[in-house]
Design a protein around this ligand. Sequence first.
Ligand code: MG
Length: 159
Amino acid sequence: MAQIGEKLNKEFNDQVREELDSAYIYLAMSAWFAERTLNNLANWFNKQAGEEYEHAMKFVNYILETGGSVNYEALKEPKRDYENILEIIEAAYEHEKYITKRIHHLYQVAQEEKELSAYPLLLWFLEEQVEEEDQTAALIDKYKGYKNDFNFDHHVKRD
Ligand code: MG
């Protein structure tokens, strides 16, 4: 049976917090849009927050399946005083780049600790981060093509 080591267990607990912090950040962004009736953008970020919760649970499940212990650390209060749409979507992109660095770090720790069983999970996240960065960068590109916030919002669909 794969048994998670102490060092990776600690790193994974930190990542659970990072993913839940991500959810919190995106919920605050969603609220900013909802307060301005930019409802498609509010929905987009609300869905994103739901995905972040799922990311956190992937790490939680791995910890539990490998005999580790789950520690839910305190979350940070998310920023709420954004000036405009561009500031928000650029912040989302920067945040995803930060999360990618975190996943790279986790992969390096797993290698150092020879925790081969953790590789598939981390490879899934490496691939997921390519998508996360791409879709937030795409939002910035798209925004630059619109002069009106409501017009932009109208074209941001997410199922
Ligand atoms: Mg995530």
